[in-house]
Write a protein of this length. Structure first.
Length: 136
């Protein structure tokens, strides 16, 4: 009996061994199938380090995108809050402008009604007299 007639893991003939695809463990001789060469191990280790570098780079990019997205979200939220406050103020101003003004006298530029202006004038005249007389 020769080893070439046997597939790895189960019995089989030469026809079955020949039918297995090239490069698989089943097509390789038993000694090569059970032990990997040091060159193969070294190549796999290098592939893993390259893969790790790529994964780390992708993680860094995702973190940067997450931070950027959070920044834009905060800006957008603040902008919407400002717009809502502005709309609220405009609506409040419209309500005040729509309020009835019947029975209310016009106010002069200093914010006083005519009767208040008369009282203020009397107060100012009295102060003026007191300062002229020497503070009696």
């Amino acid at each position: 009996m020769s080893i070439g007639k046997w597939r790895v893991g189960r019995k089989g003939g030469a026809a079955e061994a020949a039918a297995s695809p090239a490069g698989t463990l089943a097509s390789a001789p038993a000694s090569a199938a059970t032990f990997m060469s040091l060159a193969d191990l070294w190549k796999k280790k290098q592939d893993n380090s390259a893969l790790r570098l790529e994964v780390n780079e992708l993680k860094r990019r995702v973190d940067a995108l997450d931070e950027e997205w959070s920044d834009y979200y905060d800006r957008f939220r603040r902008m919407l809050a400002k717009m809502a406050k502005r709309a609220e103020r405009e609506q409040a101003n419209e309500v005040r402008e729509d309020a009835p003004t019947e029975g209310v006298r016009e106010v002069s530029g200093n914010g006083l009604t005519p009767s208040q202006m008369q009282h203020q004038a009397r107060i100012l005249e009295r102060r003026q007299r007191l300062t002229v007389r020497g503070g009696e």
